[in-house]
Design a protein around this ligand. Sequence first.
Ligand code: ARG
Length: 603
Amino acid sequence: MEDETSTSASAQVQESGAGSVKQQVSNLVALSLRATVPEVDVEPTVEVCTTKFGDYQCNNAMGLWSKVKGSGTSFKNPNAIGQAIAKNLPAGDVIESTSVAGPGFVNIVLSNSWVAKRIQDMLVNGIKTWAPILPVKRLVVDFSSPNIAKEMHVGHLRSTIIGDTLARMFEFSNVDVLRRNHVGDWGTQFGMLIEFLFEKFPEWEELGSQAIGDLQLFYKASKEKFDNDAEFKDRAQQAVVRLQGGEEKYRSAWKKICEISRNEFDQVYKLLDVQLEEKGESFYNPYIPQVLEGLSNQGFIKESEGARVIFIEGHKIPLIVVKRDGGFNYASTDLAALWYRLNVEKAEWIIYVTDVGQQQHFDMFFKAARMAGWLPDPNEKKFPKTSHVGFGLVLGADGKRFRTRSTEVVRLGDLLDEAKARSKSELKQRLTDNGKIVDWTDEELEETSKAVGYGAVKYADLKNNRLTNYTFSFDQMLSDKGNTAVYLQYAHARICSIIRKSNMDVEELKMNGKISLAHPDERVLGLYLIRFAEVVEDACTHLLPNVLCEYLYNLSEMFTRFYTNCQVVGSPEEPSRLLLCEATAVVMRQCFHLLGITPVYKL
Ligand code: ARG
């Protein structure tokens, strides 16, 4: 009876083929654990094997031993438990063999035919069938989030790139992602901007979105006036009150300024191919009073030096939620936004992507939310939860904060244009040297330069652990050697050209061919391909895009080894090897897609 249940359950697991390979192996191990130690409730711990004796390994034995020893168990030592776990693994087509090492580590070797079939199924049914299964249904990624009329700086570029990749990885994993642009569109600076608008452009209502010119200069000029002209300052302060009181003229001037800013931001998003839904700070403004009232009724809000604050354990300074002048601030807005995301949007995970400099702010307001009971104790329950995805600075060649030429800010559009222009001139040079320039249309040249140039900027940012500062260098990111997007684009294009050069019909092969993994380098490549899902899972779980970059780079290295040691075109194994080429190209393209990079098929 016992046996029957486990076989049928494992058959389901194997048949559905859903989830990552690690998840599937874990499911098998879970069944074995239930049979081996029915009295203990334990989660399977399965990792990629670190030795050559297996592909995956189960590490449960030692922990189990400490739980059962002395309880009259028949097991003599952890190794015996390992042996039993290995023996009780349900029979099926996933596992080829097992061995038990030292204190009970169970090495698991996957069967070649199963690995091959998994790759072939993906080729037929699409890479979407390799999506990992994540324990969350809906989440918010709060990213990019520049401030109206202020500089959209390289920090916002990092937030945009990292946030977009996280969103793409979750979307691929079938999670409902709310991509939120929490733009700074509210605050006292609008009083001065509005008054300045009235003064400089009396016919402001008729203005098109370009007419003000540079909004950052506009901001600077109005700030200067604010600082030096007491009468103007007075008017600006009254303007804030009138705006917040909802006076029509002030509302529409505010809208106009936001619209101009939005147009500028949208140009950058368009270049980067990033989708975002704007719900700026102003959106949450109406919710602040009720949210604060709730917190106040719970007794968390205190009076301190004329402000209203929340004292938080472990922090010397309290979190200010109402300023001395009675106005709300960044923290009160974030509290209201979190309340809204949890209760109205029903998000289970709220992810904020900003520079590490804001860590304290997030730490404090997350703690406040936990105090209020909005979020469970992180040790007890996983969801709902909040995460701050911090990142380091972008540095220039001089090791200081990245700036262009003078002390001026970096314009993101210019930066992307330059990446494109540089990649175009290199591409042209290369094609001319190879005598291939005649084969390329202007449009192809333009599209390829865009894909390569913008991709290089994104990849240079994503490949580092986000917490480290990174040095912005066009020369480095556009090099075709080393771990760069350009190198990877070439690697992918080369695979496409191998497939083109073969005279076989890959579409037909997908349906009727068969993948063999007889050569060791074929097997290594095949096994690495099917790890794709668990890499995405890992990158999502830890919110680390660099994990995916590392995988992509390693994959291209493994492909090179395979291609060096295994003849493809003209060999007896050509059909099978061509399918491995195709699978590698498909997985690489999916990685590119998740990183927001447009793959190039010809270079
Ligand atoms: N506007 C902020 C800035 O430029 C980032 C906002 C991040 N999101 C949030 N919910 N606080 O620094």
